[in-house]
Design a protein around this ligand. Structure first.
Ligand code: SF4
Length: 456
């Protein structure tokens, strides 16, 4: 199903759409309050963008520097060209350590590679330990947001899920009780785990260390208890120096949730005594994106989720409507690079209002890239017949002032005189969920000429 159809499904539950919208706007508002407290926020954004652009232009050198420093620290480094290789490498490591129970902290890369189902098919239990991720894992759903994976679920649904899967008592969605029960359940999983998998927020070339940011401390619990730690990172997570962390850690937390700093920003450098540490560095289409001049800046993304929280389409269509690992505005410019035909609907899931670019902490020109994908898709992917014909017609009307004026008159007459149910009837896809304006007597052109005539 494409985005409009999945968005329609989400919109069937009006109450859910309303609280989803409000909850995300609340986070966006918190972000605004938080960034306005930082003097020089725009300078910080400029630094973030410049560091990322510089790193991507010298990616090969920084990756090699990172590898050699990580090896020196006693970490084993692996390279994966694609998702299949990534999954095979992770499985091989687990197999070598006879690991059958794995705890995993939030990692969009492992979602992208579909690591969980792959490992489960090999008889390995994988438990997501981020609370939101665990909720969607129990519901057998993918995350709907990169920072708030279960934002589409209300507390009563979580209550029902926990009763079914964790054997909890009914609690009328009491968040305190549910969190305590989740903690008890996850503690057991941490203690039993044979290995821990984490993502990577930033990997520092100069030192070979990496930083994982969580608000729950679950990455630390996993990595500090299990004898094996596997960290999975995309090639774009590299930053040159430790001193650059100050820029990104300040940008990330404020943009994501409005916090001044993420609760746990954990630095991993070498394995604990007697334990093993592995890093899997994954490309999976990133080099191709890097080779597209119009879209390479999409690799600056630090996965804060701010573009989703602010997007009027995302807030009212839900993350699952994008049918992609990364939803929302950034997902809509990353996904077409992976499969243009499959994701050709996504760049159109936007009003092009530019709010995503305004809040992006690393200043990615998201709405410009959405517009560029639209131009490519219109040329390369077959368009629905009705859309193609109506665009042709519009093109002709816009090119002919006389016809444009006449059609304007007809449209104003229709808006003024036809009943709403005809104007918003099913064939008018654009109008069915919008309140159209009432028809005005005069066109803008008439009004403007009239003003000039009277010397206004
Ligand atoms: S594109 Fe920008 S705003 Fe969106 S998740 Fe990435 S860093 Fe955050």
């Amino acid at each position: 199903m494409n985005h409009p159809k999945l968005a329609d499904l989400f919109n069937e539950d009006e109450k859910r759409v309303d609280w989803h919208d409000k909850a995300l706007w609340f986070v966006r508002h918190k972000r605004d309050l938080s960034v306005h407290q930082v003097q020089g926020w725009e300078t910080l954004r400029n630094y973030g963008r410049a560091i990322k652009a510089h790193t991507l232009s010298n990616l090969d050198a920084y990756l090699e520097e990172f590898e050699s420093n990580a090896l020196e620290n006693g970490v084993q480094v692996h390279w994966a060209v694609n998702a299949e290789e990534h999954n095979e490498i992770v499985h091989k490591i687990l197999d070598e350590h006879k690991a059958k129970k794995v705890v995993k902290s939030k990692s969009m890369l492992t979602e992208e590679c579909h690591l969980n189902p792959f490992l489960e098919s090999k008889g390995i239990e994988v438990i997501d330990t981020d609370l939101g991720e665990r909720i969607v894992q129990l519901a057998k759903e993918p995350p709907s947001h990169i920072v708030l994976p279960a934002i589409h679920k209300d507390r009563h649904e979580v209550d029902a899920l926990f009763q079914e899967h964790l054997g909890t008592e009914p609690c009328d969605g009491n968040p305190q009780y549910l969190t305590n029960e989740a903690r008890k359940h996850l503690r057991e999983k941490f203690i039993e785990a044979d290995a821990a998998i984490t993502g990577v927020n930033f990997a520092i070339a100069e030192t070979g260390e990496f930083v994982v940011c969580t608000n729950e401390g679950n990455a630390d619990m996993g990595a500090h208890l299990a004898p094996v730690h596997i960290a999975c990172m995309g090639v774009e997570k590299i930053i040159p120096k430790r001193e650059h962390l100050g820029v990104f850690l300040r940008l990330l937390a404020r943009s994501a949730t409005g916090q001044p700093i993420t609760t746990y920003s954990s630095h991993f450098k070498k394995p604990r005594e007697g334990a093993k540490m592995h890093i899997v560095i994954v490309d999976n289409g990133r080099s191709e994106q890097l080779g597209r001049p119009d879209f390479r800046a999409s690799l600056h993304c630090i996965r804060c989720g701010a573009c989703m929280n602010t997007c009027p389409i995302y807030r009212r269509s839900g993350g699952h409507s994008y049918n992609a690992t990364i939803p929302g505005p950034i997902g809509s410019i990353l996904s077409p690079g992976k499969d243009l035909t499959k994701h050709s609907d996504l760049p159109f899931a936007s009003t092009l209002c530019g709010s995503c670019s305004d809040v992006c902490p690393v200043k990615i020109d998201i709405h410009t890239q959405l517009y560029k994908w639209r131009q490519i898709i219109t040329k390369e992917v077959k368009q629905p017949f009705v859309k193609k014909q109506s665009m042709k017609l519009m093109g002709k009307l816009f090119a002919n002032p006389k016809q444009f004026k006449i059609s304007g008159k007809i449209a104003r007459f229709a808006l003024k005189n036809l009943p709403k149910k005809i104007i918003n009837a099913k064939p008018n896809v654009w109008g069915k969920s919008r309140d159209l304006p009432t028809g005005q007597k005069k066109s803008f052109d008439d009004w403007y000429k009239n003003r000039q005539k009277h010397g206004e």
